[in-house]
Design a protein. Structure first.
Length: 132
């Protein structure tokens, strides 16, 4: 039986497993067999997006970004930055990119420090990003 009501999906670069958020729980999913297991004990209600970067999953829950171990689900708050108005997030080239308040941010996955890229307010109404 596969998880239903998927809210967010993150994929490791080597594609050995995927992290799936479903019904407030984090799952590790084998992409070959579809088998899965619950990671860790915390619930993730209100989680809206997730990405994989720098060897960890990053989950936005409410207005905060959390670093999560893909091995056991243990987690820590990445920083005190408030991402309440974030509309999209993608990981690429060693960074996490977030559009929040129509502005593109580049976030360091190790420290949570961020820089605004380009002119603030340039990206209104964007709800998805992809890196290629």
């Amino acid at each position: 039986r596969h998880p239903r009501s998927v809210r967010a999906l993150s994929e490791r670069g080597d594609v050995r497993e995927r992290g799936l958020l479903q019904n407030s729980r984090l799952h590790s999913v084998d992409p070959g067999s579809g088998g899965y297991r619950v990671l860790g004990s915390p619930d993730w209600p209100g989680s809206t997006r997730s990405v994989f970067a720098d060897g960890s999953l990053f989950i936005q829950q409410g207005n905060r970004l959390h670093r999560v171990s893909p091995a056991d689900g243990s987690w820590s708050l990445l920083s005190d930055t408030n991402w309440q108005n974030a509309t999209s997030m993608v990981a690429a080239w060693g960074w996490i990119f977030i559009i929040e308040n129509s502005t593109l941010h580049r976030v360091d996955p190790r420290t949570g420090a961020y820089a605004v890229l380009g002119r603030p307010g340039t990206w209104p109404s964007y709800t998805a990003m992809v890196a290629y």
